[in-house]
Design a protein around this ligand. Structure first.
Ligand code: OGA
Ligand code: NI
Length: 187
């Protein structure tokens, strides 16, 4: 409960900085409800005798708005860049800030979600705590689209408008390794 409180305060600050980076008022993303709907998911990756035969977590991009990840000292998280996997070594006391697909849509691709995975390890256990922001419940029934202040003649929308609830239903019901929900809305 205590951790959640601190995470919410940090998220508020991050959403301010992200709003400013988009050239918007600092409270823009939070006033839309982006800083709400935090759920905490903890992962426990046991040591694996044959790590080359499996993965801790398959390749994916986070579907929500933003994720804040705390990891213990065991390396395993990797990000995909130019078709190559790079380790995200844990930094003591540091958190990983991950842009989710919904923030990519809101920003019209100015912010990019990144594909990542977790390898299996001979050493362990690896433990991580992910806090996912999926937005205020009021956003669920509303049309969801790129922030209109970011759209112009030279920067036309790259995504169709949709209802967030449908998107989340897609994310939750899609089989592993199927087309990511974001791809259905690309123009
Ligand atoms: C996730 C995730 C990474 C980790 O839960 O979406 O990417 O280190 N977790 O557990
Ligand atoms: Ni993830």
């Amino acid at each position: 409960m205590e951790y959640n409180k601190h995470i919410n305060i940090l998220a508020e600050t991050l959403f301010k900085l992200l709003s400013e980076a988009l050239g918007l008022q600092p409270d823009h993303l939070s006033s839309m409800g982006c800083n709400k709907g935090c759920s905490i998911v903890s992962h426990y990756y046991p040591p694996c005798p044959e790590p080359e035969l499996t993965l801790g977590l398959r390749k994916h991009a986070d579907a929500g708005i933003m994720a804040l990840l705390l990891q213990n000292h065991v390396t395993g998280l990797q990000v995909l860049h130019d078709d190559q996997w790079f380790d995200v070594h844990p930094a003591r006391g540091g958190l990983v800030v991950n842009i989710g697909d919904l923030l990519q849509i809101l920003s019209n691709d100015k912010f990019k979600s990144v594909k990542h995975r977790v390898t299996a390890n001979r050493v362990g256990p690896r433990i991580s705590v992910a806090c996912f922001f999926s937005g205020h419940a009021d956003m669920l029934e509303e049309p969801f689209a790129t922030i209109k202040e970011l759209i112009s003649e030279t920067n036309p929308p790259r995504y169709k408008e949709f209802v967030l609830k449908e998107y989340i239903d897609k994310v939750l019901s899609s089989p592993i390794d199927s087309k990511p929900a974001i791809d259905y809305y690309k123009l």
